[in-house]
Design a protein. Structure first.
Length: 124
């Protein structure tokens, strides 16, 4: 029996912790924020202080990134709708990151709720 991509996402969601938008908003300045969307998606806007490592290269890049050297740091992972972040959070847990969580609903839910985003032009 073959699994569909949504089967993989649903299986991942059984293994990880998802947090809501309010919890994410309260943690933006204290936790690491990991955006696993593609660079073009990130360039269109992102959560404050988010670091972009696309889902497709996450396992290969995360260990070499200076912000992610502490495997016990709190990491909030998000993508566009919550699927890639669930898969990414599951992968981070397998890589030994003990406090990685996924933001339920993703960036779409964040913007649908009119929560603040950062645009690349805002960076100093």
């Amino acid at each position: 029996m073959s699994l569909t991509p949504m089967d993989l996402v649903n299986n991942a969601k059984q293994q990880i912790t998802e947090i809501d938008l309010a919890t994410t908003q309260q943690s933006l300045t204290t936790d690491l924020i990991l955006d696993v969307r593609e660079p073009a998606e990130y360039a269109a806007g992102y959560l404050a202080n988010a670091i972009n490592i696309p889902r497709g290269v996450l396992e290969f890049k995360i260990g070499g990134h200076p912000a992610f050297q502490n495997t016990t740091a709190k990491i909030i992972v998000y993508c566009q709708s919550g699927g890639r972040s669930a898969l990414a959070t599951e992968a981070l847990n397998k890589l030994g990151f003990s406090h990685a969580v996924s933001m339920a609903g993703g960036f779409k839910s964040w913007t649908d709720n009119s929560l603040p985003i950062t645009l690349p032009d805002d960076r100093t």
